[in-house]
Every structure is written in structure tokens, then in C-alpha cells.
Ligand binder design. Structure first.
Ligand code: ATP
Length: 303
């Protein structure tokens, strides 16, 4: 993995207006970088702001504050976005959790896979759209007989493979996978996660991987960020985060991972965190490459 920065997120804040008076700060002053070729994981409880970050990175939401740089393009700047629109819409692709609703149920698989190429007026490198769809299908482990089927005729895992094949057609550089395995059976989850790993190894893709399954995130990701109530509270290489969590919320989250050893499992202590000490917290590098929110007067230790 290189240290070249592909994405630089600076002080990202996203507020939603629920009514004229009530606002929700879904993402609150979040900064991080994603390096070229790395798999960056984002974890946190439901509603902590992970999907909102992902949607801002994909220009689905226009952030309330902050900047997002994709290489040397500030994608939050509307003029810059317009200037580089084609590059941004092809090189960045997103895979959603619910492939049943993200894929057009009325289209055949071959058309679903090649639709983004048609929209972007891209000539299929393998001669025809059908050949292109067949190539990508084979790559993601689906037989060609699926080409003429409709999404409703496929299983959840097969539909997710179609969604991946569809994004591969655009020869992307950066893939956002938002809970791509959440709706799948456990054995299928492992297959899809392994597919992501192969994609990264074969093509050097850069990934943002959002998931609730902390064990899968540890297995797949190079670095992991932990979100809590819209804030990024900890960020570290996966191994370091899982072996030495600093923020109490990270400790809470990791304490909930089941241990496949009955003796250790019996001794496991579940931790709880209810947001105590979030105020006055500052972003500190507690060890090289390991950042966490700690209280200003207690740098280097947990809150
Ligand atoms: N379009 C929207 N309009 C209003 N509020 C929103 C919108 N999108 C997200 N929110 C709110 O922002 C907060 C963060 O939501 P978000 O979906 O980013 O969390 P998440 O960590 O991805 O949760 P999950 O794991 O359940 O998907 C939540 O309180 C959510 O209700």
C-alpha cells in the first residue's frame, strides 16, 4: 500500500434540517485521509454517520462545511466538480447494501452491468456490451447463463456480485461499499469479502468499506476509523486498533465481538459507554499512525 493520498477529507460536517427549527448533525467535523490502494474501514453504531460520510464522498450530499479532495480536485466545489464530472463519475463507484432495490428489477443482468457505460458513452473495451458484461460476470464468479435473468431470479449474494460487476465496468479507482454484506448469509458474506480482497490485490483498488461486522472489518481492512455520534473518535491501522483500542467507545464496540473460545468467552467483560467526556476532547496521535479523541488534559490515555 502506498502513502499517496487519494482522498483527503477535511473538517467534513453534514447537517440535515428535519424541520425549519430542528437540525441533526449527522457528521461533525470529521477529517481523515485514504491512501491509494488501501482498504479503509468505517465502523460505529447505527446512526453514527458512516453512510453520510460515504454519500458526501460520492457527491450524493453536498456537505454543510468542510472539503473533500479527490487527488487534486476539491469535489465539494461545484465548479471543480462540473469540470471533472466524467472522471469523478467513472473512477468512483458505490456498492449499496440492498442490491434488491439498488438494481433495476425490470432490466436484465447484462443490461444492468453495462448501463453505466452506456450512460457515460464508453465504448466497451471487449467489442460489445454483451461481451463486456460476460467478462465482468466471469470475473465476479457468476456463470454467463445469468446474463439474461432478472434480479428477482437471483439470490442476495448473486445480486451483490452483479452490483460489483456493474461497478467494475467503469474501471474504477475508488470503490465505496456501504454495508455490502449486511443482508447476506454468513457463508456468502465471507465469499463477498474475499472477492473484495481479490479485487484489491488484482487491480489495486482503493476501498471505503462500511460494515457492522467488526471481525470482517478486521480481516479485510488496512486501517479503521470509528464513528460515534457523527464524530470520528479513533483511527488506526486495523491490527493496532483491535489490539490496543484507546477511546472508550471503541473499547465498548470491540468488547461486544464474540470470542470463539469458551474459556476466554466466559471471562469476556462487556464494556459500556454513554458518551461521557466527549466534550473538551481533542484529536491526538497516541502512537504513530494511531489517532484518538482524548480529553485535552489527559493526552495519550483514554478519556
Ligand atoms: N437524508 C437525511 N435526512 C435527514 N436525516 C438524515 C438523512 N440521512 C441521515 N440522516 C440522519 O443522520 C444520522 C446519521 O445517519 P447515517 O445513515 O449516516 O448513519 P449510519 O452510521 O450510516 O447508520 P446505519 O449503520 O444504520 O446505516 C442519523 O441520525 C440519521 O437519521
Amino acid at each position: 500500500m502506498s502513502k499517496e493520498v487519494l482522498l483527503d477529507v477535511k473538517h467534513l460536517t453534514q447537517q440535515f434540517h428535519l424541520t425549519r427549527k430542528i437540525k441533526v448533525k449527522a457528521v461533525d467535523d470529521v477529517s481523515f485521509q485514504i491512501h491509494k490502494g488501501e482498504i479503509f474501514g468505517l465502523v460505529g453504531e447505527s446512526g453514527s454517520g458512516k453512510s453520510t460520510v460515504a454519500r458526501c464522498l460520492m457527491n450524493i450530499y453536498q456537505p454543510t462545511k468542510g472539503e473533500i479532495w479527490y487527488k487534486d480536485v476539491n469535489i465539494c466545489d461545484k465548479k471543480e466538480f462540473k469540470k471533472h464530472k466524467k472522471m469523478l463519475q467513472t473512477r468512483r463507484q458505490m456498492i449499496f447494501q440492498d442490491s434488491a432495490s439498488s438494481l433495476n428489477q425490470k432490466m436484465k443482468v447484462s443490461d444492468i452491468i453495462t448501463e453505466p457505460m452506456r450512460i457515460q458513452h464508453i465504448t466497451p473495451p471487449r467489442g460489445s456490451f454483451v461481451k463486456e458484461a460476460a467478462f465482468q460476470m466471469e470475473y465476479v464468479g457468476l456463470e454467463n447463463s445469468f446474463l439474461d435473468r432478472y434480479p428477482s431470479e437471483l439470490s442476495g449474494g448473486q445480486r451483490q456480485r452483479v452490483a460489483i460487476a456493474r461497478s467494475l465496468c467503469m474501471e474504477p479507482e475508488f470503490l465505496v461499499a456501504d454495508e455490502p454484506i449486511a443482508s447476506l448469509d454468513v457463508s456468502i458474506q465471507a465469499q463477498i469479502v474475499n472477492l473484495f480482497r481479490h479485487l484489491q490485490e488484482d487491480h489495486g483498488f482503493t476501498f471505503l468499506f462500511i460494515a457492522h461486522d467488526l471481525a470482517m472489518v478486521e480481516y479485510l481492512c488496512d486501517r479503521v476509523g470509528v464513528m460515534y455520534h457523527g464524530k470520528l473518535v479513533e483511527l488506526a491501522p486495523a491490527e493496532e486498533l483491535y489490539s490496543n483500542p484507546v477511546h472508550p467507545y471503541t473499547k465498548t464496540l470491540l468488547s461486544a465481538i464474540p470470542v470463539p473460545d469458551p474459556i476466554r468467552e466466559r471471562k469476556r467483560v462487556l464494556q459500556y459507554y454513554h458518551g461521557e467526556g466527549m466534550e473538551n476532547s481533542v484529536w491526538t496521535e497516541v502512537s504513530p499512525g494511531h489517532f484518538a479523541m482524548t480529553q485535552a488534559d489527559r493526552k495519550g490515555c483514554s478519556i
